[in-house]
Write a protein that binds this ligand. Sequence first.
Ligand code: MSP
Length: 588
Amino acid sequence: MRIISLLAVRSCKILHSLQQNAFLSPSSRIAAVSFGSTATVNKNSGYYVTTPIFYVNASPHLGHLYSAVIADCLHRYKQLQGFNSKFATGTDEHGLKVQQAAEAAGKQPLTFCTEVSERFERLFRSCNISHTDYIRTTELRHRQAVEHFWSVLWNKRLIYKGNYEGWYSMQDESFLTPSQVGDAVDSSGNEIKVSLESGHKVEWMKEENYMFRLSAFRSQLLDWLRGNPKAIQPECFQQAVLQWLQGELPDLSVSRQRSRLQWGIPVPGDASQTIYVWLDALVNYLSVAGYPNDHERWWPVARHIIGKDILKFHAVYWPAFLLGAGLPLPQAIHVHSHWTVRGKKMSKSLGNVIDPLEHSRTFTTDGLRYFLLRQGVPESDCDYTEEKVLKLLNAELADSLGGLLNRCTAAALNPAQVYPSFCAQSFPRGQGGRAVAEDYCMLEAVKDLPSVVEKHYESLHFYKALEAIAACVRQTNRFVQRHAPWRLDRTDGKDQQWLDTIIHVSLECMRVYGTLLQPVVPDISDKLLARLGVQRNERSIETLDFLPRYWQRDSPFEGRALGADSGVLFSRLESPTVKKKTKNSNLK
Ligand code: MSP
């Protein structure tokens, strides 16, 4: 303590990092203290991103794909930065609602789970989700991890046998206090009790089962959040959790009687009870990391992407379980909000559930990914309509970015099909060339773009990153428009040099956009960069050196042949096509 306060006098930054590290494993704590600061990013230590694992009681919908696309984008971005990144997703297959869904389908639970899980896997494959592991909670490796985790908590006397009496929502697989429950009327006119948060029906439950000493962790959870202002992002969600922790935090029931719930992992040593699905599901993050034998490498660098509806499970129960088991807490929990459809919550009964596979066929995989990340705001719900998707994609991908590439690579302006030369006299660093004030502003903006984009990618504000890129693309289009290279006289040496310079600068701008867009729209970026002749080993953000010739450095691209023309970058979408496809899909 004395050492900490001395350090604090010298540097509050060090104190902050020590506070953060109070929750690291002993070995990583020693390492962090001896290095003095956690600010230096160690890429060798890796990066581990997870999505929630998806319930298999129903088919995948747009919200599920959204969680996966956010995680995929973060994973790809980290890889581009040179991190060894691990990315896990998968399916949550136990519990009463899955058991009932299998019964209703007349299938054995495992057969049913396999079918739905494969549907998620197919969707992810088709949407370019580049996970490195796909976990199913019915796998043996997971069962062993859960059993071990349970035994650790049991041996530490953090689980005890007790009587639970209270409200339970099967849809949310969640226990609720009386203040979280309200009155409602169901579709048949019966008075029912519902969860105030989700609106799902709740039932009174009274059984003997195993309880976890959640109440014992309240102050440690508060310390964790107060010492780690970025533990839960965006900040509004961290505040929400801090608020919850001010309220009552009763012990948590972590098992159900097997007679009521058979589809789950039995409690080790007591086959009459089944482990609570959320405890089972949360441990998936450890299973993928190699728990219980081999998790030291990946577990300390874990980050969870989750929707706001499952915040309590991840930001209260999960850290409490981990603290109980003596494991480090996740580096961060990144929360996103929800998609509504024409202002309404997606629901089977309203018939407005968006099938992501269908829509990725209509708008292309990259089109849908771009829309979700360009429009999705983590702090607030967003609305999905096909008209909006169409308008945005046509404006930004087809017209603005695609149009720019088309102009600068078209044979009419670039007959030699090369990355032309930059002429420093035409575009000098001082005055006297043909460039005007707006052109210099554009160079500044594009030069700064990688750091702006990285800052937003880092905080998962993808929409801000994409807005910044789109603004620069518009500037480059204006640059070309302003100087109208097609009006220049190619027989005049000076005009030809200026024309080449305009194209060189525009291609350099596009090289920056293509590189930065890789995590969001991998196919489009690949097509763009390939057309510019940028090799795969020249596509990292770190080596992205914008317009070196302007700063009097050599450019490896100048004079290089462009890549083959593989057609338009993004085809304009026509409204009737969208309408027709939607109509057909509605008929199914
Ligand atoms: N199985 C649990 C998670 C266990 S993780 C240890 C679960 N599954 S889920 O299938 O219901 O939801 C998975 C993810 O989809 C969550 O992040 C959830 O927020 C997200 N979405 C579900 N509906 C959504 C929208 N309408 N919009 C955006 N995402 C939403 O919860």
